[in-house]
Write a new protein. Structure first.
Length: 152
């Protein structure tokens, strides 16, 4: 008998991270949109052209030009400068749905970003292993971009 039952741990992904940014809420939110969009890059620092339409229902997608690309998700909720929420398959081209939340709040020395990525579906092991590194790279880019903008 072949067992096809999957454990819930194999079907879910939950990542949380707190990013401390020494910049204002507005500068940090602007840096987040820039980093998720046109300034996105791979963990090897190669450009990865993305577009984000920052309004409810707006698309987040990889733009390869000539009408080619990869749909990552839709903006589920946005409340400038404290919330950005996206739902969709993200980088996974198989049966999966993700919810990504960025909650920003003002703290004494700048902004705190509380990040959560939750996913449900047939998550491939290579994506499970690489996702934390990928988000970490994006978040470091947001922090540097916001703090650089603050110092200008």
């Amino acid at each position: 008998m072949i067992s096809t039952a999957a454990r819930i741990e194999d079907l879910t992904l939950n990542i949380t991270e707190e990013i401390h940014v020494r910049a204002s809420l507005d500068a940090t939110f602007a840096a987040l949109l820039e980093q998720l969009g046109p300034s996105n890059e791979t963990t090897e620092d190669k450009p990865m052209p993305m577009k984000i339409e920052p309004w409810p229902g707006g698309r987040w997608y990889r733009d390869l030009g000539d009408g080619n690309g990869h749909f990552w998700g839709n903006v589920q909720a946005i409340k400038r400068p404290t919330l950005l929420e996206i739902s969709g398959p993200l980088f996974m081209s198989y049966p999966v749905v993700s919810n990504v939340q960025y909650r920003l709040s003002e703290v004494d020395d700048g902004t705190l970003i509380q990040f959560r990525h939750s996913a449900l579906g047939l998550i491939q092991e290579e994506h499970r292993k690489g996702v934390t590194k990928g988000w970490g790279h994006i978040h470091e880019g947001v922090r540097k971009r916001a703090e650089t903008a603050r110092s200008r």
